[in-house]
Design a protein around this ligand. Sequence first.
Ligand SMILES: NC(=O)c1ccc[n+]([C@@H]2O[C@H](COP(=O)([O-])OP(=O)(O)OC[C@H]3O[C@@H](n4cnc5c(N)ncnc54)[C@H](O)[C@@H]3O)[C@@H](O)[C@H]2O)c1
Length: 309
Amino acid sequence: MSGINKIAVIGAGLMGHGIAQIFASQGYCVTLMDLDAPLLLSALGRIRANLTLMSHHGMGKPDQVEAALSRITTAVELKAAVAGAGFVVEAAPENLELKQNIFQELDALCPRETLLATNTSVISITEIAVKARHPERILGTHFWNPPYLIPLVEVIRGRATDAAAVDQTCELLEKAGKHPVRVNRDVPGFVGNRLQHALWREAISIVEHGIADAATVDACVKFGFGLRLPVLGPMENMDMVGTDLTLAIHDYILKHLEDSPEPSPLLKEKVRQGDLGFKSGRGFQQWPAEDAEKSRKRLQEYLLKAIGS
Ligand SMILES: NC(=O)c1ccc[n+]([C@@H]2O[C@H](COP(=O)([O-])OP(=O)(O)OC[C@H]3O[C@@H](n4cnc5c(N)ncnc54)[C@H](O)[C@@H]3O)[C@@H](O)[C@H]2O)c1
């Protein structure tokens, strides 16, 4: 929205610092708020490192790094953070009660025209807004990690959200260089995570039933249909092969696919045994620290190239 020039970001963790970075590098004044004061300092350091790395890949100039940082102020109190903000994004931990309380407070502190957005991954926007008196300006903006590299933001309309709030948010996100998409119904997981976790459920099931090991499952994606995904989403792909062929395949295969409404026993067992993935050195596969680091670097390099080109 053209009138918005100040943004407040609530929570300066993994997502919050990256969201603040997006708006600051596009010329907006940003207040980044967290209850944890030392974390705010390290968030600014992370933003500096992210912007410097991006400038090395042709995204922005080195002198723009300090300019972006100079537009960010920090706060440890909500009231100070949201003063004068036209758009507030909450990126606090994924806990319904915490988010409900934050939105109750935001709703009381901010004028009615201020747009209030939550970066929740899966929680209902309608439920998050339940304690607010003006839920018509509360909506979801689901950024993906790392938010400054992944263009998509799902903009979710809660049951009480005004259509105009969705329009204004999409306009603001476009101006900030993101790729907003509208999610018309407030359903758990929105669109992206529903698709992603349908695939992950099947992937785990394949490993659990001994059909293929974890590395093979990943190879089938990385060297197979995954290569198409950046240019061809599933809906366009179905039209390309034909809806008739899709129907014939679904007629035969759907009854064989995983449809459990519960997390897989194999996944539960991994967690029970402390096989938590990169952070414990073992998940579905072994992850010595150097391999985990290589994998993180590979992803970052790939995203920098894909987005920078
Ligand atoms: N991590 C991801 O990949 C990812 C992706 C998309 C969406 N999300 C969602 O974004 C939100 C934040 O996730 P994250 O990974 O950045 O979490 P995080 O734990 O890294 O950061 C959360 C921050 O919020 C702060 N905080 C806690 N209570 C607060 C309060 N009352 N007011 C202000 N700050 C408070 C914490 O100190 C912490 O720094 C969650 O809703 C999460 O589901 C996460």
